[in-house]
Design a protein around this ligand. Structure first.
Ligand code: AMP
Length: 400
């Protein structure tokens, strides 16, 4: 992931594991599942009598923290796009199940900056989506689906919310308590409802696509045209509004069939008003978060094994050989050969077993004769071929 981010000119940002509670309620939204039910929040003791106790929250997601840092450290003053990635734990009090944990890991990135740097352009959306397709292809995930939608701008959503409120009015009394409340406070969030009994009602509600204004339609059309031009396949899913309030315009999820009920490997979207809503400068942006745990589950569902192979297993043989083996392993490792090291107390059979378990390509035997001659027995564990190689040639031989 780090290699790919570097290839696309992203740099790492590390934000704190916990932040002021208000940061999340203001950005993610009071009526979202995340803020209303899932945050781990506590009162931090005041240090002095003059201070107020502060409400802190384990971060449930990382975009809010990145935008907070962007504002606080005036990253926009540079006048260029900030392309920032993060890898780290996030926390939500969800019902644990396969692919859904209370501490989980996200690999995410944001492109954010002043409009003059091109942060609003549909080219950013297309660039982000193209990178995600490349990431999933390069880690070897097959048969992913990109689901794409546009949730429009704040004005579109206000009109859509009004339409939802009207459509819900005659039916909402048949729905769950959450929906009844949200129909009043934030009707868009009714679409997040998971209650099976409510789904037939939700199916019949108006769709956001009908409420986009001309600039938002145009923006979305350009994103799609660029994806078509580079050959990234997608399908439009007008139901997908994503469970966070800060999204505007493009929203997306990549899903994978091997994941069962929790099928989203990653999600993201554009958040053009977020910085201003946190009292920052105008700083449109777009980002995503890959669920690292789910990505691994999806790869495992394809029979993929984590790559744990090493090139060499250095096996000291007999008393006094540990130091010689350590010296040889040091030389190999410094030459960039991935190596592991046994112990002089292990019998040769055990060293071979350990080398096999470590997935080593070669075992290098370090015994008294080898040390005296300054050349080592090297066995290719796949072919069984064994040769003797001089110390000076060893790293080149193993690399070849
Ligand atoms: P979100 O921040 O809700 O848009 O989530 C982005 C991605 O993070 C999802 O597509 C999942 O892959 C992953 N994710 C979200 N919540 C969890 C969780 N509780 N456990 C594991 N992965 C999660």
């Amino acid at each position: 992931m780090r290699d790919i981010f570097a290839r696309y000119n992203y740099h790492e940002i590390r934000t704190p594991i916990f932040e002021d509670t208000a940061l999340f309620s203001r950005s993610v939204g009071e009526e979202t599942d995340i803020v209303s039910k899932e945050m781990f929040t506590w009162e931090d003791k005041a240090r002095a009598q003059s201070e107020k106790a502060q409400s802190l929250t384990l971060r449930p997601e990382n975009t809010a923290g990145v935008v907070r840092a962007y504002i606080e450290h005036r990253l926009g003053d540079k006048g260029t796009l900030q392309k920032l990635y993060y890898i780290g734990p996030q926390f939500r009090r969800e019902r644990p199940q396969k692919g859904r944990y209370r501490q989980f890991y996200q690999i995410g990135a944001e492109i954010i900056g002043p409009p003059s740097a091109g942060s609003e352009s549909p080219a950013r959306d297309a660039e982000v989506l193209e990178m995600l397709a490349t990431i999933l292809d390069e880690v070897g995930l097959r048969d992913w689906n990109l689901q794409l939608n546009s949730v429009g701008c704040a004005e579109d959503r206000a009109r859509y919310n009004q339409a939802l409120r009207e459509a819900l009015q005659p039916v909402v009394h048949q729905m769950c308590a959450d929906c009844q409340r949200r129909a009043e406070t934030n009707p868009l969030r009714v679409l997040d409802c998971k209650h099976p009994e409510d789904q037939p009602i939700i199916e019949k509600l108006p769709k956001i696509g009908e409420y986009l204004d001309e600039p938002c339609r145009q923006h979305f059309a350009e994103v799609r045209a660029m994806l078509d031009a580079v050959g990234v396949p997608y399908s439009i899913n007008e139901r997908m509004v994503r469970g966070l309030d800060y999204y505007t315009r493009t929203t997306f999820e990549f899903t994978h069939g091997g994941l069962g009920a929790q099928s989203a490997v990653l999600g993201g979207g554009r958040y053009d008003g977020l910085s201003e809503s946190l009292d920052g400068p105008k700083a449109p942006g777009i980002g995503f978060a890959i669920g690292e745990d789910r990505l691994i589950l999806a790869l495992q569902s394809q029979g993929e094994q984590p790559a744990t192979k090493i090139q060499a297993f250095v096996a000291p043989l007999g008393a006094g050989m540990n130091q010689h083996a350590l010296k040889l392993a040091r030389e190999l490792r410094r030459a960039g050969i991935d190596s592991d090291l046994g112990d002089e107390n292990f019998r040769l059979k055990k060293s071979f077993e350990l080398a096999e378990k470590a997935g080593a390509q070669f075992i290098v035997i370090v015994g008294e004769n080898e040390v005296a001659a300054d050349q080592f027995a090297v066995k290719n564990l796949a072919t069984g071929e064994q040769v003797t190689v001089a110390r000076a040639d060893l790293s080149a031989y193993l690399r070849k």
